[in-house]
Design a protein around this ligand. Structure first.
Ligand code: CTP
Length: 417
């Protein structure tokens, strides 16, 4: 990537010390970095550190450099703005468009992509005000990296920790690489994400550990590249992405109905959701009591339909079908063999294979995947944040669609939906 002019905004949270790592990684990557800390940030990290690491002067005062119209010049000339950490207060100010400091002015005066890395205590992150502000920023195209889940400043632990500097930098550079690419413009993409829940009684269900992160990242990547995206969301544990048509479902049968309807006329269907293979044969109208069984309780389960295989079997000319295989197999070749067999059995065009386990896969922000093609060949093998992996999967989709267009000179008319 050619060198970029990057503005790194630092706001006043404890994680400000980690922002030095963001600045350092960008400088070492050959980028011209201009740090704009708020006054609060300077209480946590000193200006000399920021000047030394960024190799540029650091300004904070709105009323300095007026002759050179600094309050707008920094933003106008930026190729990318990264705000790390972004406190709850900074997020609220950004959402409202406040410009009472140099960073606020810089953001408003810029057309560059904005990437923020929230950092705050879990309660502040979950507060409806913060969530509403994040939704506003997302709807304006701001990329939100994290927050990660882990130990916070005090004794508490949970979502709110600033993402690691290398994750933030990778996501920010990916965002620049992706912006301007509209290679899915006019395409209809359907993505299923999350995990189904099969009710046992009014308070219990059989579910799985899928958070929906990878599917949501794919929906976001497709949307940012111009696609018209429908996200079929099964019990997501993360915020719904902006700019997508969202259909909420819970059970496998609901998901089947939604995706079968949506697939008609879609150019791409990505089955990233973890679908329960079985559901309870009967759903109890009232809570099952613990004395329902003497020494144990046996549940009778019935098979759910294989949704992807159903789509694969029915005519889907011109619709690229992508399945996911999340396997616990530790041997790489065996893992690929399972993926190849599933792709073939379900009649999908591509299969994304990854390993999952007690500590791998589900809630993590990273993923390591292999995409298997129609002849069982490895199309790509990538490792990175779920956002960067999503972009790599979309690269494969775009290239498959180009190949298909060459193979079939007449473009398919969308069936009415
Ligand atoms: N899938 C589906 N319907 C199901 C089960 C899975 O459409 N009832 C889809 C998933 O969304 C995924 C792919 O099939 O894209 C593979 O899912 P997976 O759970 O790995 O495969 P299963 O067929 O359920 O095989 P198994 O659980 O035996 O490994």
């Amino acid at each position: 990537m050619s060198p970029l002019k990057v503005v790194v905004g630092i706001t006043g949270g404890i994680a400000a010390y980690k922002a030095v790592g963001v600045v350092r990684a960008l400088v070492l990557g050959g980028h011209d970095v201009h740090v704009v800390p708020t006054d609060g940030a300077l209480r946590f990290v000193g200006r000399p550190t920021l000047e030394a690491i960024s190799r540029n002067p650091v300004h904070t005062d709105l009323y300095e450099g007026v002759a050179e119209v600094r309050h707008v010049a920094i933003g106008q000339s930026a190729d990318l703005i990264v705000i790390a950490p972004a406190t709850a207060n900074a997020i609220a100010k950004l959402a409202t468009g406040l410009a009472d400091d140099l960073l606020g002015n810089t953001v408003l005066a810029s057309e560059a992509p904005v990437v923020i890395a929230p950092a705050m205590h879990t309660e502040m992150w979950r507060h409806p005000a913060t969530q509403a502000n994040i939704a506003i920023l997302r709807s304006r195209g701001v990329t939100v990296v994290g927050p990660a889940v882990g130990p916070l400043t005090g004794v508490d632990s949970g979502p709110g920790r600033m993402e690691e500097p290398d994750v933030i930098v990778a996501a920010a550079l990916d965002r620049v690489a992706a912006s301007g690419r509209r290679d899915l413009a006019g395409r209809r993409v359907v993505v299923t994400a999350g995990g189904t829940r099969e009710p046992l009684d009014p308070v219990r269900f059989l579910g799985n550990r899928s958070s929906g992160k990878q599917g949501v990242a794919i929906a976001e990547a497709a949307r940012s590249r111009g696609a018209d995206v429908m996200l079929i969301a099964a019990n997501l544990e993360i915020a719904e992405p902006a700019g997508c048509d969202i259909r909420r479902v819970s059970t496998a049968l609901e998901l089947q109905q939604a995706v079968t309807d949506a697939a008609k006329g879609a150019d791409v269907v990505v089955m990233a959701a973890a679908v329960a293979d079985y559901r309870p044969a009967a759903v109890s109208e009232s809570k099952i009591k613990k004395d329902a069984g003497d020494s144990g309780l046996t549940l009778e389960l019935v098979r759910n339909p294989d949704i992807l295989a159903g789509l694969g079997r029915s005519p889907h000319d011109g619709t690229l079908l992508i399945g996911f295989a999340a396997e616990t197999e530790s041997d790489d070749e065996q893992l690929l063999a399972l993926g190849r067999a599933k792709r073939e059995a379900k009649g999908a065009d591509l299969f994304v294979v990854n390993r999952v386990g007690w500590s791998e896969g589900f809630a993590s922000d990273e993923n390591r995947i292999v995409v298997i093609g129609r002849n069982g060949e490895i199309v790509t093998r990538v490792h990175g944040t779920k956002m960067s992996v999503a972009d790599d999967i979309i690269d494969v989709v775009v290239s498959e669609m180009k190949t298909a267009a060459v193979a079939a000179p007449t473009t398919k008319e969308h069936e009415p939906t």
